[in-house]
Structure formats: structure tokens, C-alpha cells
Design a protein around this ligand. Structure first.
Ligand code: AMP
Ligand code: MG
Length: 409
């Protein structure tokens, strides 16, 4: 058995950056950017109006107020996207729309709401400051600025930003191909009636495939292998073309736990087996060339916890993500927690904000690793050092939020 920190170290040591590919912007959501995106020009590219109104010169509006409006002559109309050939002459104004380029001589734009128009004559009821209601070229991004850095997770804002620079495609990390295999004589695919009294439906194949998909992998569920060497071997053969294989169950020390033996027989080298963590102790990591296999425990909570604390950091490194995994937080414990044994413990918990604005964390009452409902009803993991000790209410503890989204950390 190895310490959790050693497991993390060995896991990250084998995470080599995955190749990249170029995809259209609309295929880039949730992917990891693998190039710096630079603005080749100012954004916005030209000085423009930020309001529908009138382009004016400042000297014409000196002393203007509700009580003493100034009258100007409207000499033209400047729509957005149109040619920019007009000029604001002294004593005149140009009708202008939001997004339209500022005609020569424009010093500010008066909002339409502060004017009254009659034919060519315009009454202005409010003075404006220099460049008021205008947007300056480059006020969003200056030419040459890096707007997106390699390693960023691409969300809607990043994709819109890339489009603003004129890019239609981006280099992103290729989706690693992940095969998922469940094991167990008692495990059955949902969708059919339970075949016997001792059978259970497969949860892991589905949660694991979903976790991998959400994390940016091209994940495929290959089904359930019975606890017989031949069946497991056949499933592993089907996983031959994948970058990674994820198994659940059969990796502990039970008489029918064949996974580790079979993986070694198939040519995988053991990086570690058994980690001082709870849940998740039987976890196996192996490698054959560039191919990696995780043998995860069978208990549905263990699968999800190990995924969050060991597999996710591995995938983040593989995908080239800058901010790997959710950032750890400190929160105030609401109840008492008694710990025993030397393994690092990950307790399912609910993270909330108290009335005084502090983060508070409450462990789920049932911490057994078979209780998958605890994952449904929790939004965080308490990350507690091994040892025999007691934590009192009010203690500040380390928490890993479980929010699975492309939210930035
Ligand atoms: P194992 O690690 O194979 O000994 O399994 C540990 C526990 O997890 C046993 O109670 C199994 O029945 C259960 N289990 C194993 N695989 C799955 C699965 N795919 N879905 C739900 N429960 C499972
Ligand atoms: Mg089993």
C-alpha cells in the first residue's frame, strides 16, 4: 500500500500531454485550448458609437441644458456597417446608430433620448463629455494582445472571444479515447428486469463513462465482464485501440477479484496497487507503453471519489489544462467528525454559505462506500488527513467542491 500523495505523484508522472487537433469553434466547447490566441487587430477595430443618437462636436454643446437646449443641423446618417465618409461640421450633427463608425470630427455622441428632432433640426437638451457614448478602437483588446492562453478550458466566453479575433477553428487537445469495463458476476445492465435475487444493476459503467465524457474524453462503455479470466481477457482485447481503460470492481483481495492478475497477464506494468485512502484503497494503476489502465474499486462511491481525486488530476495533465481540478477550499465544519486509521479520508459533504458569509461544510450522515445516494446529495468532498483524531464543530477543514462543469476555478 502506498500513501495518497505518492499515488498522486506516480499518477502524474505518467501523464504525458495528449496530441492536439484543429476543430471548428462550435466543436470547441469544453475542450482544452492548445495554442495562444492573439488579436491580429484592435477590437473593436474602429472608434464607434455605443448608442443610437447623434455624433456632435463638444464646442457646439457648451452650456446646453434641459432649460436652454442647443439647436444643430442634421447633415447625414451613419448606420452600422456602412461606409464612413461623413463629417461633423461645426453647428451640425450626424445621425448615428449603435456600432456605427464615428464620422470625422466626432467628439462625442448624444443619446437620442436627450434630443428632439424636427426635420433637419435637432434640439439637444444635455451636454456630453469628450467621447461620451463612444467606444474606442482597441478598448476591448489591443492588437497583439494574447486573449486566450494555451491550457484554457474553452467555455462560451472564450469561444466568442476567439470568434472576435476572426478565428473559425482552434487547436484543442484531442479527446483521449477511454474504454470502460464493469466487472462482477452480480452486475447486470439496466433496462431489463433483474435476472435473479442476488443481482444488482451496473452503476459504475454509467457513472464512470459519464465522468470521462464530462472531463473531455471520448468514452465508450464496453459492458460487463463476468468474474472469469476469459471474459475479462476478451473485454480487454476489445479495449486494445483505446488510450485508456477504466475498470471497476474485482480489484481487491477477494477470491474472484481477477482484475489485477489479468491486467498483469495482459502485459500491463503495475505502477501501484492499493492506496492509503478511504474510500478507494484497492485502486490499481498500470501502464503498457503509452496506454494506461485504472482498476477502480467496485463500490459506486469509491469509483466516483477515486475519479475525482486521482483520475481527474491525471486527465487534467493529459489534456494540458492549466488549472487542473477544482481548487481546494477551507470551510468550517458544522458537526463533529471522528477519524480512525491511517488512510486519508474523503467524506462526502454539503458545502453551504452560512448567514455570516462563511463557507460551512456538513458531512453526509452515511459514509459507507456503497451508498451512491450520498454522491447525489453531496456537492463536495472533505479531504482529511489519516490518523486517529477528532474534529470539533467549528474546525476549519479542506474541502474539494464537486461542481462538475466548465466553470473556471
Ligand atoms: P468488488 O470490488 O468487485 O468486490 O465490488 C465491491 C462492491 O461493489 C460489491 O458490493 C459489488 O457488488 C459492488 N459493485 C461492483 N461493481 C459494481 C457496479 N458496476 N455497479 C454497482 N455496484 C458494483
Ligand atoms: Mg466484484
Amino acid at each position: 500500500m502506498i500513501e495518497f500523495d505518492e499515488a498522486i505523484k506516480r499518477t502524474l508522472a505518467i501523464a504525458k500531454p495528449h496530441p492536439r487537433e484543429r476543430v471548428g469553434l462550435l466543436k470547441a466547447l469544453g475542450r482544452v485550448l492548445r495554442e495562444d490566441v492573439k488579436a491580429g487587430f484592435d477590437i473593436p477595430p474602429f472608434d464607434k458609437s455605443a448608442m443610437d443618437g447623434y455624433a456632435v462636436r463638444l464646442s457646439d454643446l457648451a452650456g446646453t441644458s434641459q432649460e436652454s437646449p442647443v439647436t444643430l443641423r442634421v447633415t447625414g446618417e451613419q448606420p452600422a456597417g456602412g461606409k464612413n465618409t461623413l463629417k461633423v461640421e461645426p453647428g451640425c450633427a450626424v445621425r448615428i446608430m449603435t456600432g456605427a463608425p464615428l464620422p470625422a470630427g466626432t467628439q462625442a455622441v448624444v443619446m437620442q433620448e436627450d434630443t428632439k428632432r424636427k426635420g433637419d433640426l435637432l434640439q439637444v437638451f444635455k451636454a456630453v463629455k469628450e467621447f461620451e457614448n463612444c467606444a474606442e478602437a482597441g478598448e476591448d483588446v489591443k492588437k497583439g494582445n494574447i486573449v486566450l492562453r494555451s491550457g484554457s478550458l474553452l467555455g462560451p466566453a472564450e469561444i466568442g472571444m476567439a470568434a472576435s479575433t476572426g478565428k473559425a477553428a482552434l487547436y484543442v487537445t484531442k479527446r483521449p479515447r477511454a474504454a470502460v469495463i464493469s466487472t462482477g458476476d452480480e452486475v447486470h445492465r439496466p433496462g431489463k428486469p433483474r435476472p435473479n435475487r442476488t443481482g444488482i444493476f451496473d452503476a459504475n459503467g454509467y457513472s464512470l463513462t459519464s465522468l470521462l465524457t464530462q472531463e473531455g474524453c471520448d468514452a465508450k462503455f464496453l459492458g460487463i465482464a463476468r468474474d472469469r479470466p476469459g471474459m475479462l481477457e476478451a473485454k480487454l482485447a476489445r479495449a486494445a485501440d483505446f488510450d485508456m481503460v477504466f475498470l471497476s470492481g474485482g480489484v481487491s483481495v477477494g477470491d474472484f477479484d481477477l482484475v489485477r492478475k489479468q491486467l498483469i497477464a495482459t502485459g500491463y506494468k503495475e505502477i501501484y496497487w492499493r492506496v492509503a485512502m478511504k474510500p478507494g484503497k484497492p485502486t490499481f494503476l498500470g501502464r503498457k507503453g503509452r496506454k494506461v489502465v485504472f482498476g477502480l474499486p467496485g463500490n459506486p462511491v469509491s469509483v466516483m471519489v477515486v475519479f475525482n481525486v486521482l483520475v481527474r488530476p491525471y486527465l487534467d495533465a493529459l489534456l494540458g489544462k492549466n488549472a487542473g481540478g477544482p481548487a481546494g477550499l477551507k470551510a468550517r465544519l458544522t458537526g463533529q467528525v471522528t477519524l480512525k486509521g491511517n488512510r486519508r479520508q474523503f467524506l462526502r459533504a454539503t458545502l453551504t454559505t452560512s448567514k455570516d458569509g462563511c463557507l460551512e461544510v456538513t458531512p453526509y450522515p452515511n459514509q459507507k462506500s456503497g451508498v451512491l445516494r450520498s454522491m447525489v446529495e453531496s456537492n463536495a468532498l472533505l479531504n482529511l488527513e489519516g490518523g486517529t483524531y477528532e474534529l470539533k464543530p467549528g474546525a476549519m477543514v479542506d474541502v474539494l467542491p464537486l461542481e462538475e462543469s466548465w466553470k473556471k476555478n
